[in-house]
Design a protein around this ligand. Structure first.
Ligand code: C2E
Ligand code: MG
Ligand code: MG
Length: 554
């Protein structure tokens, strides 16, 4: 069997082939206890899966359920009516024509007469208590999926919506006030949600602090939910304010698996900026999710196929002399198309993939510095970007120090760009890491200063050698005199703190002249050159004898 995602046509073909080998083959959604069928290129629920065993409740030890959760093949025997059913459960992902993916299981069943000794007949079933959350008394997610499916199949005219909610800062309640308080909040939440439901609606605690509701769309009282849930008074001894996030998926197609409906409501939550508001799922959110999945899936392959390229953008002194370059990554696909960093770095930063990229690029930069050591480029430095997330995923200090030893290069030639946002999380710990890098001899540059929330006070704490002013700051500064005065004082302050000032995003002579007047030291921007492949950078350096001037006409 191939690994990965199947279209419905492929899965039908697979079932046909498997039917030649096994007595009975079917596709199931074990989370919903449902057999699946196909209609117009997409998966639809068919009869209840436990019908096969003549039972009216789900199998207690459903092997397909285990296969689905573990994404691994599971094998099991079931005994029924004097027969042994040997079930092989293969987890498969089916791609619907609308791009949604359904997690399901291919069951290949061999039926033998007789029951092996030591086994009793009959499928053990889950009793109803297994469908209830013991803390809140609401349904759990198994119970919820089942109940929602039942309601969707038995009512015609209603417009339903799935609502999912959770708290932004629930972990803090447990950590600061203890688990007991956390539990109280969950119980109170369950009461509030339940009080709001009509008789034919239902709700559940899906997991942790995440609750799910099936409601009539037109009756959904968003205001009530936000007000009540964000004003839970369980924590009365402090000013701590609980913050709720609510996502809604208005059900368009009842045949969609309930797990996907809940995922979509959750996607709306993840798209929400802020809290204490209700966000509705939109199809455009899926496009973003698929794009991000594509980036994550393709990245490892891209790394292997050498699709991630080191580009360089020159940094220039006041007199036009090229003093170094910033290393910026470009992802060049096999078809020649280019993916820019702002289209993939943020995706990689959600997992440890960002450190795979950074380790790779830093090593390329170190290797390049070694190659330049005894050449006409020997005076140049390379600045590399460090993602705030790198420090979470690996020991960046140790790795950088090893690179210096491996390539036998000067630490000062490999400059490190860190962003202020890195300091926003666990300031003391991050500061200690930067101090260690600085003490071991690396030059630290604070990147993107002026983008977002810059704090001047932070500057005195970070042991940095240079401040890189963001292009955004530059744009604003030339729009009004006040911002220009701010830029002036940032330069003054940096000088007093013994830091060089690099300006990024220089695009014209007028900007350059003013920045020189203000006392900035190094300049980077399209005025001199866009980021270019390394060989082009080297050519540019040689052709121009290490200088770049008046590029504005270009
Ligand atoms: P950054 O480090 O602030 O890099 C400067 C960005 O400004 C680059 O965008 C560069 O092309 C752009 N830029 C330079 N001069 C000008 C100009 O005159 N006008 C305008 N409009 N833009 C200019 P790029 O290459 O798209 O990189 C974006 C960001 O992605 C970088 O911002 C950096 O934070 C991140 N990045 C790039 N490569 C890597 C990498 O390998 N690892 C990590 N962690 N981050 C990277
Ligand atoms: Mg940078
Ligand atoms: Mg920058």
């Amino acid at each position: 069997m191939k690994k990965g995602i199947y279209t419905s046509a492929e899965i039908k073909q697979l079932i046909e082939q498997m039917n030649l080998i096994y007595d009975f083959v079917r596709i199931v959604d074990p989370v919903e206890c449902q057999e699946l069928d196909f209609n117009n290129g997409r998966v639809i629920p068919a009869k209840n899966c436990y019908n096969v065993w003549n039972n009216d409740k789900r199998c207690a030890q459903c092997s397909s359920y285990k296969a689905c959760l573990s994404r691994k093949r599971v094998e099991k025997n079931e005994y029924h009516e004097g027969k042994t059913f040997h079930i092989l459960s293969f987890p498969v992902q089916i791609l619907n024509e609308d791009g949604t993916i359904v997690e399901s299981v291919l069951e290949c069943i061999t039926i033998k007469e007789g029951i092996e000794e030591g086994h009793s007949e009959g499928v053990k079933v889950k009793d109803d208590s297994a469908l209830v959350d013991s803390l809140t008394g609401l349904l759990n997610w198994d119970g919820f999926y089942k109940e929602v499916r039942k309601k969707l199949m038995t009512t015609d005219q209603n417009k339903w919506a799935i609502v999912v909610c959770n708290y932004v800062n629930f972990k803090m309640i447990n950590e600061i006030f203890g688990r007991e308080k956390g539990n109280e909040v969950l119980i109170k939440t369950a009461e509030i949600i339940k009080s709001e439901l009509a008789e034919d609606e239902c709700c559940a605690r899906l997991r942790g602090d995440r609750f799910g509701l099936l409601v009539h769309e037109e009756k959904l009282s968003e205001k009530f939910l936000v007000n009540e849930l964000s004003n839970i008074d369980v924590i009365d001894e402090s000013e701590f304010k609980i913050k709720v996030q609510i996502g809604v998926y208005p059900i368009k197609d009842r045949m969609t698996p309930v797990s996907i409906m809940c995922d979509r409501a959750a996607i709306a939550i993840s798209e929400a900026q802020g809290f204490n508001k209700v966000v509705y799922f939109e199809d455009s959110m899926m496009k973003k999710i698929y794009y991000e999945k594509y980036i994550t899936d393709e990245f490892e392959k891209a790394l292997k196929n050498n699709e991630l390229k080191m580009y360089m953008q020159p940094q220039v002194a006041e007199d036009g002399k090229i003093v170094g370059a910033e290393c910026l990554t470009r992802w060049i696909r096999s078809d020649g198309s280019m993916i820019m960093p702002d289209q993939f770095i943020y995706v990689l930063e959600r997992s440890e993939l960002i450190s795979r990229l950074d380790m790779y690029i830093w090593e390329k930069a170190a290797a390049k510095l070694k190659e330049w050591k005894n050449s006409e480029f020997k005076d140049l430095y390379i600045s590399v970007n460090i993602s705030p997330k790198d420090f979470f995923y690996f020991n960046a200090c140790e790795y950088l120090n090893k690179l210096i030893e491996k390539y036998d290069i000067d630490r000062k030639k490999l400059k490190l760009e860190i962003t202020e946002s890195m300091m926003m999380v666990d300031e003391q710990k991050q500061l200690a890491l930067v101090e260690r890098l600085h003490e071991s001899g690396f030059e630290i540059e604070i990147d993107d200063f002026g983008k977002g929330y810059s704090s001047l006070s932070l500057l005195k704490d970070i042991p940095a050698d240079a401040l890189k002013i963001d292009k955004q700051f530059l744009k604003e500064s030339y729009n009004n005199a006040k911002s220009e005065r701010i830029l002036g004082s940032v330069v003054d302050m940096s000088k007093r703190l013994d830091m060089n000032v690099i300006v990024e995003g220089v695009e014209n002579t007028r900007q350059l002249e003013r920045l020189v007047e203000l006392g900035c030291d190094r300049f980077q921007g399209f005025y001199f050159s866009k980021p270019i492949p390394v060989d082009e950078f080297e050519k540019l350096y040689i052709t121009n004898k290490g200088m770049i001037n008046n590029k504005e006409a270009a």
